[in-house]
Ligand binder design. Structure first.
Ligand code: NAP
Length: 641
């Protein structure tokens, strides 16, 4: 709703000074109908890195702000009239303008839905035409009340399908419920890390854990799904029985019981089982020792000597906070992360920016889209392998440095930034520059916080490999012993042990993880042959390294799953089972795709790969392709019973 009181001349001018000009130009096209604004010489160039205004000259920026000031005043003085949505062809032109790229026609529908210019819900599958009793009597068990489980429950409720959600935790939020380490915050821009149907006026560009958790708690309450959630309830095993029944054994504080469902949606995620490292003597340490995802807040770290093992996304966020109060922090690094600079990483969103996002017609949509593009689809070209490119110039033994000319340029840019931050300390610099291609592992986001922490007097970055953990600290292979009061493991999760530790027995009685081994595979990341009516959210090969928000994937997956349920209920069918040949062909394509990406580099070890080097976790293609392939299930991909 328009906050009419805030529309005074002075504030409009102040707010426009903070505007993202390419988004403002597109908003102006809506407001004025003047398409010459996007057809002139001044156009934003690729804005992936560097100048967020895309190189638009200061003079043109000023001219646009002045024009916007007039247009906004006129809009106010006319009583805030409703603005008509533009025609799809014009939207396409505006998209090309803001991205600086001429996009394929195939993006049409997808971009219209991402922009949410039309008042439609592109992820809603309507089951309204089906008999109410048939929908209500079809019962779905959702495992997990995190980000994916919440959207699954909301869509099931909306469609009138019977459902129960169970979660091992005492509250909703999944990852955001569990990860409470200091410094924990989202590292995808928040305006893209939110449900399409529940945009939020985020307080930060990258909000802290508490804010994220509150968002998911509020959405669960507002959508009335809480009564259907059983908290502190863990699935132990589920067995499929023909036709179309899953018997699910759960454990709760009341004891073990069995639930019966027609279908299961697993929304347990990939990163919910913390992994402690297999380091000799780990159990022998006398002091507190815990994982970042199992933070033990009762230990006061003030004045303590802390050993942190790992430099992935979790430790990277925790260390700068811990270092503020600890006597000494020693970080044990096996592999350095690539770090992408975002000056606004910790910045709150100013009043002016809130106003622009909430009040200026269409500005917020274009700004969100700009974020979606620059942190998503737009990045893929920089991390895709060029088969002609020599990534090991002059020295094959030193591993691959980059996978393409664009990736090499990215490497140079990121390296220059590390040099800027720690270049005055050559020893530290040498430890901080990765020797693998950018995006071989998740690139971390920072505003200098990490590197400044590394330069503190009470912080040491150690690259000596760990030999063992002792009763009073950590011994390195060099023989050096570090005395520590507390050990913090930022050592990641059992990602490729997907769905661990529950046991799911399919139609032939084989347990799913036994079938998978450490090689989880699914068709579209969602369904597995021989496990009828079992669906995954954030399943195999649906993780993203650089491009996009995982919320997008969950919404696509739930849309597809709802389409499958529709097929079943509409056809009065008991079960659908994915065809093995369809599944296998799909996985071949995925594997080839992943080999063509930076994270497929044979020189990189990461949680994306299993012990055989196959990328089991990541999606290698565009967001458009995932959106397209999850629009509607194709009945020909399934056998029905
Ligand atoms: P991670 O990325 O798997 O990092 C684990 C770290 O521990 C790596 O530095 C790893 O070194 C090191 N390590 C593992 N075992 C070790 C051992 N035995 N000895 C020494 N070092 C060892 O785990 P994470 O940091 O928890 O992040 C996991 C994922 O969670 C991220 O990739 C991201 O997708 C997500 N995440 C997101 C956010 C966010 O949005 N803000 C925050 C945290 C996590 P190597 O690299 O050499 O294996």
């Amino acid at each position: 709703m328009t906050d009419t009181a805030s529309w005074n001349d002075e504030f409009i001018e102040t707010a426009l000074a903070e505007a993202h000009v390419p988004s403002l130009i597109n908003a102006l096209v809506h407001m004025t109908g003047d398409v010459s604004l996007i057809r002139g010489e001044e156009r934003p160039q690729s804005q992936l890195f560097g100048d967020p205004q895309g190189g638009i000259s200061p003079a043109h920026q000023e001219a646009i702000r002045a024009r916007a000031c007039d247009a906004l005043r006129a809009h106010r003085d006319a009583g805030f009239p409703e603005l008509p949505p533009p025609a799809p062809a014009l939207v396409k032109e505006m998209v090309d303008f803001i991205t600086g790229v001429e996009l394929d026609e195939g993006y049409g529908d997808f971009l219209m839905s991402e922009l949410k210019i039309l008042d439609e819900d592109p992820y809603r599958v309507s089951l309204d035409d089906l008999p109410e009793a048939a929908r209500r009597d079809f019962h779905v068990l959702v495992i997990g009340a995190g980000m994916s489980g919440i959207v699954a429950a909301i869509r099931l409720k909306e469609a009138g399908v019977g459902y129960t959600v169970v979660d091992k935790n005492a509250g909703v939020g999944g990852t955001w419920f569990e990860n409470r380490y200091p410094g924990c915050r989202v590292d995808s821009p928040n305006h893209t890390y939110s449900y399409s149907f529940a945009p939020e006026d985020w307080p930060h560009h990258f909000s802290p854990q508490r804010v994220l958790l509150e968002y998911f708690e509020r959405i669960a309450t507002e959508h009335g799904i809480r009564d259907n959630i059983r908290f502190s309830t863990e699935v132990l095993e589920a067995r499929y029985e023909d036709p179309g029944t899953w018997r699910v054994k759960v454990r709760s504080p009341q004891g073990e019981s069995t639930l019966v469902a027609n279908a299961i949606i697993s929304a347990v995620g990939q990163l919910n089982r913390p992994k402690l490292p297999e380091i000799e003597g780990r159990e022998s340490f006398d002091g507190p020792a815990f994982h970042t995802a199992q933070w033990e807040p009762e230990h006061d770290l003030k004045g303590k000597r802390i050993a942190v093992i790992g430099t992935g996304a979790s430790a990277f966020q925790a260390v700068p906070e811990i270092a503020k109060e600890a006597a000494q922090v020693t970080i044990f690094q096996r592999t350095p992360p690539w770090v992408s600079q975002r000056p606004d990483y910790h910045a709150p969103i100013s009043d002016a920016k809130h106003w622009l996002l909430n009040e200026v017609p269409f500005y917020g949509k274009w700004y969100r889209f700009f974020m979606f593009w620059t942190t998503g689809e737009g990045l893929l070209s920089m991390v895709r392998r060029d088969p002609e490119w020599d990534g090991n110039p002059g020295d094959d033994s030193n591993g691959e440095r980059s996978v393409s000319p664009a990736n090499d340029q990215l490497r140079a840019l990121l390296t220059a930034n590390i040099e800027r931050m720690v270049g005055d300390d050559p020893e530290l610099l040498a430890k901080c520059v990765p020797n693998y291609p950018p995006a071989g592992k998740r690139m971390l986001i920072d505003n200098g916080h990490w590197f400044r922490a590394l330069k503190r007097d009470n912080v040491e970055l150690v690259t000596d490999p760990i030999a063992r953990i002792t009763a009073d600290g950590v011994e390195m292979q060099s023989g050096r012993h570090l005395d520590a009061d507390v050990i913090i493991f930022g050592t990641g999760f059992y990602a490729s042990r997907l769905l661990f530790p529950m046991k799911l027995f399919g139609k032939d009685g084989v347990e799913l993880r036994e079938r998978w081994g450490d090689d989880p595979r699914a068709y579209l990341g969602i369904v597995m042959p021989d496990y009828p009516n079992l669906f995954c959210c954030y399943g195999p090969n649906t993780n993203i390294v650089v491009n996009g928000s995982i919320v997008f994937f969950s919404e696509c997956e739930v849309r597809y799953i709802m389409g499958c349920l529709k097929l079943l209920i509409e056809g009065d069918l008991a079960a659908l089972d994915c065809r093995r040949d369809v599944h296998d062909a799909y996985n071949e394509r995925i594997d080839a795709g992943n080999l063509g990406m930076a994270w497929g580099s044979p020189d990189v070890r990461s949680w994306y790969k299993n012990a055989h080097g196959r990328v089991t976790q990541n999606w290698p293609f565009t967001l458009l392709e995932f959106w397209d392939q999850t629009r509607d299930p194709n009945p020909a991909d399934y056998t029905f019973s």
